[in-house]
Design a protein around this ligand. Structure first.
Ligand SMILES: *[C@@H]1O[C@H](CO)[C@@H](O)[C@H](O)[C@H]1NC(C)=O
Ligand SMILES: *[C@@H]1O[C@H](CO)[C@@H](O)[C@H](O)[C@H]1NC(C)=O
Ligand SMILES: *[C@@H]1O[C@H](CO)[C@@H](O)[C@H](O)[C@H]1NC(C)=O
Ligand SMILES: *[C@@H]1O[C@H](CO)[C@@H](O)[C@H](O)[C@H]1NC(C)=O
Length: 512
């Protein structure tokens, strides 16, 4: 009798501890997903399946479990396979900072010899970056369609505000035309226009506001939380990192310099918290304002994770910096499609993704639609190059406009977790590049130009960012990191070519 109770007691005790550990383990992950909808519904059963039991009950997985239609399934900790991912390089391990590399020099020389027309490095060295871009544009020029919702007569009339011109200018091949004056106009408007309404954005783990301006344009507001000097804490995972307003601004400018044109315009602005936010807020939001012990105005709003007094946004004393990302067209005109990134991270502190364990994911991805069309794989790799440059590990999904079909650009939205660690280069972000051994020709030329100089990527970005009213946006270590990372990207290409893969199959000229 007694024994029976004791056994029962220990079983109950153990299950209680088990349940608690399970909840502690999964909770942050569940709430950390910023774009839940259909995905989170799929996610929850998976967590329950694989983590509800302890290791004794856990099935050993092998590669056969991952060859289905899912490109990048998670795998359990403790896989025996050789890791396919790359290490994080600490910059101060390789001092002094060197922005050239023998392998890259050799590659460029060799390419110039074997393919003098495609890779005229001497010409590239003396051509200003602006002209390089111009040549690429002239050579690859394609017209592309505009959003049908704006071209048909019903909505086509449209207004003449800059944000309306910008939205009408969204094209199948770019988020905006590089020389469209409406883009600079829109940035100026976001910095200056009178704010007439403030609303909290639903969903998401961190506070965001929807700002409406007098001209009826709207923008997504992400506030400054920490001074620029504060970097991601070494023990924080990418999925629990705070969003940084300057990262959103920096990412927009970088995308524009690289002539990707895939990030919607973002501008910085200083807000008077009482006059421009609290006064216009609804009661629910206004109620979260308070004065801190240091006599600063603070508020925290309400959201699922970082919205409490301990995570409040505080002014100095009543102004706060924020990034403002312009809105995309409404859903009824610019319907979007969300794609799961095949090289998504596991979003778990315990598990690795397939591509971190095996290096053959690309064989599966490149043969299947949409990645077997003329540009999508190169777009995906461009996206990872962009994220490697900014150090953004948080790219679980990306979006395209439905009306543009599959031969269209990837939008690079949500860059708030970029620029978190200026001294670390996380090569694993480049996994699609070194596992596929593919880079778009035009991207290769642009990076090679920055490698050859004299104008470095850091200079171009510094100059561009100095136009923002919150300058300086990125501190020097983040800018310098870009020059270092350009070398690292080209080094991976050199390795691919050293393996003997045909130049045409590595540096793919898709005329985009
Ligand atoms: C993987 O596991 C399955 C059964 O679970 C087995 O049939 C198969 O041979 C295993 N494959 C490898 C490569 O170990
Ligand atoms: C892995 O695949 C094998 C068959 O290859 C299957 O029996 C097993 O249940 C799978 N494991 C999981 C966790 O899906
Ligand atoms: C912010 O607005 C309040 C209310 O209009 C005003 O009293 C205060 O001086 C403003 N602060 C700054 C820094 O302009
Ligand atoms: C676009 O890609 C999707 C997903 O792979 C595919 O199902 C669809 O048929 C493609 N559409 C076109 C027009 O090729």
């Amino acid at each position: 009798m007694k024994l029976k109770y004791r056994v029962l007691g220990s079983i109950l005790g153990l299950s209680f501890i088990g349940t608690c550990m399970y909840l502690l383990n999964t909770l942050p992950r569940i709430i950390e997903y910023t774009k839940p909808s259909p995905h989170i519904r799929k996610l929850i059963p998976r967590i329950v399946d694989t983590e509800a039991h302890f290791s004794a009950l856990r099935k050993r997985l092998n590669k056969s479990n991952y060859t289905s239609d899912e490109f990048s399934p998670e795998t359990v900790e403790g896989e025996r396979a050789q890791p396919a991912g790359r290490e994080v390089i600490k910059a101060h391990d390789q001092k002094p900072e060197k922005f050239s590399d023998d392998a890259v020099d050799d590659m460029l020389k060799k390419l110039g010899r074997t393919h003098p027309k495609m890779f005229d490095m001497e010409e590239l060295r003396v051509t200003p970056y602006e002209s390089v871009l111009w040549n690429i544009k002239k050579r690859n020029h394609k017209k592309g369609i505009y959003l049908p919702g704006y071209t048909d007569s019903e909505n086509g009339g449209g207004g003449s505000a800059n944000w309306e011109k910008y939205q009408r200018g969204i094209n199948q091949y770019f988020m905006y035309e590089p020389d469209d004056p409406a883009v600079d106009g829109l940035m100026a408007d976001m910095e200056q226009e009178t704010v007439i309404d403030v609303e909290q954005k639903d969903g998401g783990t961190q506070l965001k506001l929807i700002i409406t301006f007098q001209d009826e344009g709207q923008a997504l507001f992400k506030p400054m939380r920490f001074p620029r000097e504060v970097e991601t804490l070494p023990n924080h995972f990418y999925f629990s990192d705070y969003e940084r307003h300057y990262a959103e601004i920096g990412a927009f400018h970088l995308d524009r310099i690289l002539a990707f044109y895939r990030v919607p315009p973002v501008a910085g602005r200083r807000f008077n918290m009482t006059y421009e936010i609290k006064r216009l807020a609804d009661r629910k939001l206004a109620k979260t304002f308070f004065i801190s012990p240091a006599n600063n105005v603070c508020f925290h709003g309400s959201c699922s994770y970082y919205c409490d007094t301990g995570h409040a946004i505080c002014g100095n004393p009543d102004t706060v910096e924020a990034s403002l990302a312009t809105f995309l067209p409404p859903e009824k005109i610019g319907r979007r499609k969300t794609w799961r990134n095949p090289w998504k991270r596991s979003y778990s502190k315990h598990r690795k993704a397939y591509w971190e364990v095996y290096d053959d994911l690309c064989d599966k991805v490149r043969t299947k639609p949409p990645y077997n069309n003329e540009r999508r794989l190169q777009d995906l790799i461009d996206m990872h190059i962009f994220d490697f440059l900014t150090g953004n590990l948080d790219r679980h999904h990306y979006e395209t406009f439905r009306d543009f079909g599959n031969v269209t650009f990837h939008m690079h939205l949500d860059n708030g977790r970029a620029f978190g660690k200026s001294h670390k280069d996380d090569l694993s972000i480049l996994a699609p590049l070194y596992q596929c051994c593919v880079i778009r020709y035009s991207t290769f030329i642009k990076l090679s130009k920055f490698y050859l100089g004299p104008e470095k990527l850091s200079n171009s970005l510094r100059k561009s960012l100095n136009k923002d009213s919150l300058r300086p946006i990125l501190l020097e270590p983040h800018l310098i990191a870009l020059d270092r990372r350009v070398v690292l990207i080209l080094k991976e290409i050199a390795k691919c070519l050293e393996k003997g893969i045909e130049v045409e199959n590595v540096i793919v000229d898709d005329f985009f």
